[in-house]
Design a protein around this ligand. Structure first.
Ligand code: BJW
Length: 229
């Protein structure tokens, strides 16, 4: 019998770590237009605005105010102790799963602590602000670096690995994601078709909640450790 769990995480798992979600009343999209800061067209139009948006979020992620919470730690424990494969597919661009000790993490929407050269596609770690004057280490040109983030209309990362993992998993768990954004919102349907058991853990039912076989309502910091135990 196979033993494989795919866990899809969204902004809700990091909310109690001090990071805003997107679609809450006080969420990131309340003060920023998606078209301006999370599309390639927005970046082409005003790269400084987009860099500033991600520079501010990077500074916040690296500040003392943000740390992994019990939900992140519980998933790391699950990976260590489960007698099978645990893959975390996260839509989050923070590094809180890694800080908690998870090792098998796929960042399908990219990473805030990485930048990418638009000319060569090479990816570099970044802990400071990305500036317009900054020269890329690969091509020595200024202004070619962008956050390594997947914006609307761009291809999410690791899709073939994700599809394969969903096809062979026997449990699919979505934590703290609203079900607004595809392809992630469609994973539960794929998992169900593959015969997996599907579970949603969320503060409130997501848009795709009816597709899940089981739901646990509550804060991720409480519900995830309870589920892992
Ligand atoms: C708690 C909690 C607590 C709070 N405890 N829970 C099919 C149909 C229609 C449209 C499309 C489609 N397929 C593709 C599209 C287009 C588009 C799309 O989805 N549009 C929709 C808006 C309709 N998708 C794309 O363009 C994607 N690319 C693509 O599809 O390429 C083609 C392709 C298709 C198929 C295969 C391969 C390729 C790219 C999407 C890029 C998303 N980028 C963003 C921004 C970048 C990252 C960043 O800046 O951080 O990613 S958008 C933003 O939304 C961010 C998030 O990762 C993503 C998801 O948000 P999330 O995590 O769900 O957050 P919220 O705020 O929505 O929800 C928080 C949840 O937590 C809530 O449910 C709360 O209840 C809960 N919660 N506190 C537990 N304490």
């Amino acid at each position: 019998m196979s033993h494989a769990i795919v866990i899809l995480t969204g902004a809700g798992i990091s909310a109690e770590s001090g990071l805003q979600t997107f679609r809450a009343a006080d969420g990131l999209w309340e003060n920023h237009r998606i078209e301006d800061v999370a599309t390639p067209e927005g970046f082409a139009k005003d790269p400084l605005k987009v860099q500033a948006f991600y520079n501010t979020r990077r500074q916040q992620l690296l500040s003392d105010e943000v740390s992994a919470n019990p939900a992140h730690y519980a998933l790391a424990k699950l990976e260590r102790e489960f007698p099978g494969e645990v893959l975390i597919v996260t839509q989050n661009i923070d590094d809180l799963h890694e800080r908690a000790g998870s090792q098998n993490v796929l960042h399908m929407h990219g990473e805030l602590l990485q930048m990418r050269c638009v000319e060569s596609g090479q990816v570099f770690p970044v802990h400071d602000d990305i500036t317009a004057e900054q020269r890329c280490a690969c091509c020595q040109k200024a202004g070619t670096l962008r956050p390594n983030i997947v914006w609307f209309g761009e291809m999410p990362l690791g899709m073939s690995k994700i599809e394969q993992a969903i096809q062979r998993c026997d449990h699919f768990v979505a934590i703290g994601t609203s079900g607004h954004v595809y392809p992630a919102a469609g994973f539960v349907a794929e998992a169900n078709s593959s015969g997996a058991h599907s579970l949603e853990i969320n503060l409130e039912p997501s848009l795709v909640n009816s597709a899940f076989q089981q739901t646990l309502i509550g804060k991720a910091s409480v519900r995830v450790p309870e589920w892992v135990e």
